[in-house]
Write a protein that binds this ligand. Structure first.
Ligand code: SF4
Length: 443
């Protein structure tokens, strides 16, 4: 019996300008092809025409506008991308019927606009890649990248020189990806970036229309709220304690976002933070943490610290240990300072001897393990929601509470849980604890 394949939409492309624009066109077409689209060599056969414009000179702009006009006259369904995307107003004034306008290198946006204008019919023969993309994590949790690069210049880090300044993804594109992931079975979204609290700064926190009719602001709080409406669990990673982070804590109290913050403090002593050139280096952080706990008492704070940074004295290190006593962080990872090739910290005076780093590392690990143990013991007898990561053949299961991110935090080991499935979120009565993990039974 013959299988009749659905006909995929066809895309026409007019590519103007320099070789860089040509490479952009190739990249867009490669993505569309892998999404299942076919190409049309003429206007007549295309379901939608992409015009990749050039805006280098006035003559190039005029040529771009003429090309848009021709595509509209010949086909009528036109998406504009490329350098003239910066002059969206001028294009809309002359051609109000243009379907969408995106700027140069905005691959995700232009591909999204094509999907909106000419959706691919669902078919295993056309959609070679699942809607939610190819994932390396289990189906029930997914990492969601909201920006790339970083505006800070921490002395021990070379990420900005590798990845450049912060570039945020459009909030509507992030929400669309989140919806696809949840439709494909994701229960927990792990929001990642180099600096989640800075999300949208490069877009001046502008407001974007949503296909559903509403709008969303390119801002961590607004994005977190919208994500909370899409996924059962939303976990925020790499947040810096800027004052506006206070605004996401009520979302935790409301249950929209998990009561969990991953804040890489790296140190507490003001002189060390200054030499590290850390962002949000504010002496009032302890007060802020107290304020967060007043609003969301169960908030789990995870952090990482560097010991033995150049110039760290015994007094600085003791300051850090005392600060940890006050802060009572739930999860802590520690690193001995290592000179990464290209980092400005390598040239700082007063490098700390390896033996001292080792000794401080052992002391911070001992301190944080004691805090973690006490906090986990305090959970015995409580009933906590747990997401199931694995079910074994002997009737046991392994999961994580709201306070545990996958791979980096602790786990909850369950007995009498053979009936559960991966990704289930179930109430669990906690029966025991140790330094890092909890033990319990489905309630
Ligand atoms: S450590 Fe983080 S905040 Fe600092 S420069 Fe590197 S990526 Fe940016």
């Amino acid at each position: 019996m013959a299988t009749i394949l659905p006909t995929p939409p066809k895309i026409g492309m007019v590519s103007l300008g320099c070789p860089k624009n040509l490479v952009d066109s190739e990249r867009i077409l490669t993505q569309l092809r892998s999404d299942g689209y076919q190409m049309s060599p003429d206007y007549a056969g295309a379901d939608v025409v992409l015009v990749n414009t050039c805006g280098f000179l006035d003559s190039a702009k005029e040529e771009s506008l003429e090309a848009i006009g021709e595509a509209i006259a010949e086909n009528g369904r036109v998406i504009v991308t490329g350098c003239m995307g910066k002059e969206a107003e001028a294009i809309r004034t002359r051609f109000p019927q243009v379907l969408a306008i995106t700027g140069a290198h905005e691959y995700e946006q232009v591909v999204g606009a094509v999907h909106d204008a000419a959706p691919i019919p669902p078919s295993a023969f056309l959609n070679l890649v699942p809607d939610a993309g190819l994932k390396l994590t289990p189906r029930h949790y997914s990492y969601l990248k909201i920006s790339e690069g970083c505006n800070h210049r921490c002395a021990f880090c070379i990420i900005p020189s590798l990845r450049g300044d912060l570039v945020s993804r459009r909030p509507d594109a992030i929400l669309r990806e989140a919806e696809k992931l949840v439709a494909a079975g994701t229960k927990e979204l792990l929001v990642i970036s180099q600096d989640t609290s800075a999300y949208g700064v490069d877009m001046r926190h502008s407001t974007w229309p949503l296909k559903s009719g509403g709008t969303v602001r390119a801002h961590m709080t607004d994005l977190a709220r919208e994500l909370g409406r899409i996924a059962p669990w939303v976990r925020l990673h790499y947040v810096y304690p800027y004052p506006h982070v206070d605004q996401v804590i009520p979302l935790m109290a409301e249950g929209l976002v998990l009561p969990y913050l991953d804040i890489p403090f790296q140190h507490a002593a003001p002189s060390v933070l200054k030499r590290m050139k850390r962002p949000a280096n504010d002496a009032k952080v302890l007060e802020r943490i107290r304020g967060w706990r007043a609003v969301a008492p169960d908030i789990a704070i995870r952090s990482t610290f560097v010991v033995g940074f150049p110039g760290e004295t015994e007094a600085d290190f003791q300051y850090l240990l005392d600060w940890l006593d006050e802060a009572q962080l739930d999860r802590v990872g520690a690193f001995r300072f290592e000179p990464v090739e290209g980092a400005s910290a390598n040239a700082l005076p007063d490098q700390v001897p390896e033996a001292v780093k080792e000794e401080r590392y052992a002391r911070i690990m001992e301190k944080t393990a004691a805090i973690s143990t006490a906090k986990l013991y305090a959970k015995i007898g409580r009933t906590l929601d747990v997401i199931i990561d694995a079910v074994d053949e002997d009737g046991g299961a392994t999961g994580r509470s709201e306070a545990d991110a996958p791979e980096i935090d602790g786990e909850v080991f369950l007995r009498d849980a053979g009936h559960l499935a991966l990704g289930d979120i179930v109430p669990v009565t906690i029966e025991d604890a140790d330094e890092h993990d909890l033990y319990g039974v489905p309630a």
